[in-house]
Design a protein around this ligand. Structure first.
Ligand code: MN
Length: 290
């Protein structure tokens, strides 16, 4: 099932005909305030129980064309965004050159797989612009796109074994991990507002049963095909990511985990347009401005 948030934080099922509003089929009160996201976290945690009711509502509902709906990021006030570093071999390799250019040397500790945090307030919607921070542009820092498979946590947990990890995944969406290349801490370089475009919706894990089967693409300005990768090439695969992150911090329903940058990262500038796609989920068309 594909689930979108749209208009006034309504819940929609995405079909070939468009988006069908199923908000009223939820067994709990819906709250349009994105800061009080209890209903959304319950949906992430208890989706299996709610799914039949949503399917029934989708079958009798009326579809609105996707282009006519105001699509929002498919996340409401997550407790955290976890993100993976150094998770494709070819990206680790290319970062040697990027760091030589932007830092004047290679930070070897950054070449190892690990997780870090991005501010949840950096999330923006699938049709929102990326706004480049003036101070970073004026400082001459490169600002890069990273197009990533994003795991949406369902039932949370701590110390989740790899063998159980997929039982804790609600679904998958696409995220751009926009990143300033500078000597600052990762949490600063990746947490500006609009630095986590997310969408266009979530494909639930019962529909996307193989997280190693996604194809990710990013095209700059309609011609420069910068990123093209399969998630089968993740050095630390999705179940191991979930397990690893949960050994450090309790994962809560609705938390997001960015799975790592594919090779082909590169600078973006005001006026650029990014077309991103992920197989089995969807596409985003995002403008960049100063
Ligand atoms: Mn990243």
């Amino acid at each position: 099932m594909k689930l979108a948030l749209f208009d006034d934080h309504r819940l929609g099922v995405v079909t070939d005909d468009g988006i069908i509003d199923v908000t009223d089929a939820l067994p709990w009160p819906h709250d349009p305030d994105p800061l009080t996201a209890g209903w959304w976290r319950r949906l992430c945690r208890e989706f299996a129980a709610v799914r039949p009711g949503l399917e029934e509502a989708a079958a009798r509902g009326r579809a609105v064309p996707v282009a006519e709906a105001r699509l929002l990021a498919p996340a409401l006030n997550p407790s955290k965004i976890v993100a993976c570093a150094s998770n494709y071999a070819a990206h680790v390799e290319e970062m040697h050159g990027v760091q030589e250019r932007t830092l004047g040397g290679v930070e070897s500790w950054m070449m190892n797989f690990d997780v870090f945090l991005k501010a949840p307030s950096s999330i923006s919607g699938p049709r929102d612009d990326i706004v480049l921070p003036a101070a970073e542009v004026e400082a001459g820092h490169e600002i890069h796109h990273e197009s990533e498979l994003v795991i949406v946590v369902g039932r949370g947990g701590k110390d989740i074994p790899v063998s159980d990890a997929l039982d804790h995944v609600f679904g998958y969406t696409m995220g751009l991990d926009i990143t300033v290349r500078s000597a600052a801490d990762r949490s600063r370089r990746k947490s500006y507002d609009t630095f986590s475009p997310l969408g266009p919706w979530i494909t639930t894990s019962d529909e996307a049963s193989d997280p190693a089967g996604f194809q990710i693409d990013l095209v700059l300005n309609g011609e420069d095909h910068r990123q093209h990768v399969s998630t089968k090439d993740l050095l630390t695969p999705v179940p191991a990511i979930v397990s690893y992150a949960s050994q450090m911090m309790t994962l809560l329903p609705g938390d997001l985990i960015f799975s790592g940058a594919p090779p082909g990262v590169g600078p973006i500038h005001g006026g650029d347009v990014l077309d991103t796609a992920i197989s089995g989920i969807g596409e985003m068309h995002i403008a960049v401005r100063d």
